[in-house]
Design a protein around this ligand. Structure first.
Ligand code: CP
Length: 302
């Protein structure tokens, strides 16, 4: 078992199967404990909007007895006056024992980890990575499907800019017998670099455009990431590309599960919420135990 003490969590690619399973096992057993991280402070630096990641990290830290400082949006901070990311991180490391950062630039979390003297967790860097989301996605899949091997998983929507699908696809290369059905408009395909350098030869994948959900164990819906499109007209062309409604769900196996990292902005009809396959709110709730597990491992080692 890895000793996690002081580890940065920047890319899911940095974790192997054993380490992923160590986090999931810890998340399955961890209970709130007001003494575990007493006296520790987390700096929550959110340069981009967030509901789930920010609140569940804060909830996780507080349930373990720690405290949270930070900002949500740069308004009110000295970044408005031109302070650099480097200097912001060098301040946060002096005020806190760990940094959780979300930033629109790919590579920003790695940069923060390189300059910080305290551990850094990437809470999403542009279209690149969102490793703690992937850990909670895997935790949810394991809980409902009972396994992480031999799964047929459909990823639907914005596979070009969606960092959650990039991270999840990379993580799935650690498991056996995975089949991926990548469903997107042609302009929003999974980046060729991920397809060729990570998936090819490790998982079986197909790329299609139709919302074909037959035979899937997991349907992973995603939002079209309007904020990352350089061309607004292209966003307008594809924004309603997929809507999972009751009619589309008739294709699902009874034991299939529907996930979505959320927020959703129209790609899952609220009527779907009452189906037994709809697990996206439980998925979001799992962010708390998974992030409690990560924090406890980073502070305590095991
Ligand atoms: N899944 C996720 O990252 O949601 P937030 O943007 O609300 O944090």
């Amino acid at each position: 078992m890895r000793d996690w003490r002081g580890a940065d969590v920047i890319s899911i690619r940095d974790l192997g199967r054993e380490e992923i399973e160590q986090v999931l096992a810890r998340a399955a057993e961890i209970e709130p404990d007001p003494d575990l991280l007493r006296g520790k402070i987390m700096a929550s630096l959110f340069f981009e909007p967030s509901t789930r990641t920010q609140l569940s990290f804060a909830s996780a830290m507080e349930r373990l007895g720690g405290r949270v400082i930070g900002f949500s949006g740069v308004g009110g901070t000295s970044i408005q006056k031109g302070e650099s990311l480097h200097d912001t991180v060098k301040m946060a490391e002096r005020y806190a024992d760990i940094i959780v950062i979300r930033h629109p630039l790919e590579g920003s979390a790695r940069f923060a980890a390189d300059v910080a003297s305290v551990p850094v967790i990437n809470a999403g860097d542009g279209a690149n990575q969102h490793p703690s989301q992937t850990l909670l996605d895997l935790f949810t899949i394991k809980r409902f499907c009972g396994r992480l091997d031999g799964l047929h998983i459909g990823m639907v929507g914005d596979l070009k800019y969606g960092r959650t699908v990039h991270s999840l696809a990379s993580a799935l290369t650690n498991f056996e017998g995975i089949k991926l059905r990548l469903i997107s408009p042609p302009s929003l395909r999974m980046p060729p670099k991920i397809l060729e350098e990570e998936l090819r030869g490790r998982v079986a994948f197909e790329e299609i455009q139709d919302l074909d959900l037959a035979d899937l164990d997991v349907v992973y819906m995603t939002r079209i990431q309007g904020e990352r499109f350089p061309d607004v007209e292209e966003y307008e062309r594809v924004k309603g590309a997929y809507v999972l409604d009751l009619e589309a769900c008739r294709q699902l196996k009874p034991e299939a599960i529907i996930l979505h990292p959320l927020p959703r902005v129209g790609e899952i009809d609220p009527e779907v919420d009452r189906l037994p396959q709809a697990k996206y709110f439980e998925q979001a709730a799992n962010g708390v135990p998974v992030r409690m597990a990560l924090l406890s491992l980073i502070f305590l080692g095991r």
